[in-house]
Design a binder for this molecule. Structure first.
Ligand code: ARG
Length: 576
């Protein structure tokens, strides 16, 4: 384990292991003894539940085991109380001085103790990955926001992250688009091609393909021409990509999202025949009704089609080729795919094919539920699409209104900058505070609420701590609050210190389970504890020693909030 991860729990568990050993000797290996935060602060700060298990081996009542353990060694100075409760829990209350020392170790560690868990190992994160020239609605934001948080979390933990935006730039939609582009647009529109025109063309062409077989055929033949390298279609395709990417980049800029690679599906096109050949050579892919498929009966799944009956390669073939290419180039430990829930079968299928090919890289789907507005879902073919960029505009507009009302004296450009930080933060936080595997009903009231579990609430909490720190700096100039002595005599001070101690383990856990919501929950509860600390314990008006100690706690809450929100991709303005 790392120095800073669950430091208190580790030290206490080590003492308990010795106590078990002293009480019962070598009858059992005690290295599995664990300590965890107390489920109820009234009974202590930490607890150990292992006496119950040990009682079975020792054939003694669990309470008697727990009591014998505590009787075996004198109470160490780090504890003020150790008690047996209920069926055999061991409850531990730590000494404020000892806790203060542990907090000091943490606050001196770089990035508040975030451990180097990755140790340079590589993770590829495939996220955002929108389809070119198809309209994007608010449901598409989740892959980008969740993926980017996972990206930041893994980097902070010392992984080498390859963030790859796997654009959908090579699908059947290009037949529809090219043919539609030629037919539905005027010359002037073609010349000054916009993303809106392109999206309109897609919808129109798609609808026509549903009722007009001849149209569908003509689109297909344009696609084949493109795939065979026809110069004119290729040039049109390149324009579509360029226009789409310009739009994506604008949104990524506003969301502060950056990729190491933007390799669309087209990048792997030349590798497809070889990939299929390998599958055939290994006897994995077989002909079935003209198509080439990999049988996944043993895995309990339908066959994975890797080449369609018309000879075209498909999405699965591309994804298998992509794994081969990523493994060869980056040798990753894990490849994480952040994609909506509707594609789960596709992922499970091609993961199974990769396993059959002998790939041991851990392939991990992080699927997420849709985000929608209360009035219903979005469909590109119904009129109620809320475009992604309008959502961002609306967020900033609403945030600006709130800022203007409360900060009328702030210069206009500062107000706008703040509005962007708060508006975009509110959208990201709404997304990230939910477990990815749930559906989100997005409402402005909740997203922009100043009270409750929202982005603005956390940003305000941070700004409030900063302003307190600033006032302290005026009162006590030239002193770094982090050098102040820490007294943790009040329960709420202790609670805050204990919560600060949990930061490194929380960051680690959020990355391990690929749930940024684990970190969001932590930050919210830290802000709540801070706010009850702040309400109950006057800081600047307290006696000097208490004041200095309390401001020191504040001086730790601030960087943890900033670091934590930063890992979620949310900015923390110092002044709001
Ligand atoms: N382009 C796909 C979509 O918009 C997502 C791609 C996910 N990544 C992958 N390697 N298949 O639904």
């Amino acid at each position: 384990m790392h120095e800073t991860v669950n430091r208190c729990e580790e030290i206490l568990a080590e003492w308990l292991r010795q106590a078990f050993q002293a009480a019962f000797g070598e009858v059992q290996d005690w290295s599995g003894i664990r300590v965890q935060p107390a489920t109820d602060a009234r009974f202590g700060d930490f607890q150990c539940n292992d006496a119950m298990q040990a009682a079975k081996t020792l054939r003694r009542p669990p309470r008697a085991v727990a009591e014998a353990v505590l009787a075996a060694l004198p109470l160490p100075p780090m504890l003020t109380r150790a008690e047996v409760a209920g069926p055999g829990f061991i409850n531990l209350t730590v000494a404020p001085e000892w806790l203060a020392e542990q907090v000091a170790v943490l606050s001196a560690a770089p990035r508040f103790g975030i451990p180097d868990a990755g140790q340079g190992r590589t993770v590829v994160i495939d996220y955002s990955s929108p389809n070119v020239a198809k309209p994007k609605h608010i449901g598409h934001i989740r892959s980008t926001v969740i993926g980017n948080a996972l990206d930041r979390l893994h980097r902070a933990l010392g992984y080498r992250v390859i963030a790859d935006n796997h654009l959908g730039d090579w699908g059947t939609q290009f037949g529809l688009l090219i043919q539609g582009y030629r037919t539905f647009l005027t010359e002037a529109e073609r010349e000054a091609l916009t993303i809106e025109a392109l999206e309109r063309v897609y919808v129109q062409s798609y609808n026509r393909s549903k009722e007009d077989p001849a149209w569908l055929e003509s689109c297909k033949s344009e696609l084949v021409k493109l795939q065979q390298g026809d110069a004119e279609n290729r040039a049109i395709w390149e324009r579509f990509i360029a226009i789409s990417r310009r739009e994506f980049d604008r949104v990524y800029g506003r969301l502060d999202v950056a990729f190491d690679l933007t390799r669309g599906e087209s990048y792997y096109n030349d590798m497809l025949p070889e990939t299929i050949q390998v599958l055939q050579d290994k006897g994995l892919a077989v002909e079935s009704e003209g198509a080439l498929v990999v049988n996944l009966e043993d895995e309990g799944m339908p066959v994975c089609i890797v080449r369609k009956s018309d000879g075209g390669f498909n999405y699965a073939a591309t994804d298998i080729a992509t794994v081969r290419s990523r493994v060869a180039e980056f040798d990753p430990d894990r490849i994480i795919y952040v994609t909506d829930e509707r594609q789960q079968l596709h992922f499970r299928q091609f993961f199974a094919v990769c396993a059959k090919l002998g790939y041991t890289t851990h392939l991990e789907p992080v699927w997420f539920g849709l985000m929608r507005l209360p009035e219903g879902t979005f469909s590109t073919r119904q009129g109620n699409v809320i475009k992604l960029e309008s959502l961002l505009d609306e967020a900033e507009r609403r945030a600006l209104e709130i800022i203007k009302a409360s900060n009328s004296e702030m210069p206009e450009d500062e107000q706008r900058e703040l509005a962007a930080a708060i508006g975009i933060g509110a959208i990201k936080y709404t997304d990230l505070s939910h477990d990815p595997q749930t559906m989100i009903v997005f409402t402005w009231e909740k997203a922009l609420a100043l009270e409750g579990n929202s982005g603005p609430y956390l940003q305000y909490a941070y700004a409030r701590v900063c302003s307190l720190l600033d006032k302290y700096a005026e009162q006590v100039p030239d002193r770094d609050p982090l050098t102040n002595a820490l007294l943790l005599d009040e329960p709420v001070e202790k609670a805050l210190a204990l919560q600060l101690m949990r930061f490194p383990a929380t960051v680690l856990r959020a990355a391990e389970v690929c749930k940024p919501s684990v970190l969001a929950d932590y930050l919210f509860s830290l802000s709540q504890t801070y706010s009850s600390f702040y309400q109950r314990s006057p800081v600047l008006k307290a006696d000097a020693a208490v004041r200095d100690s309390r401001i020191r706690l504040c001086a730790m809450v601030a960087p943890v909030l900033a670091e934590g929100l930063g890992l979620l991709g949310i900015c923390t303005p110092r002044r709001i």
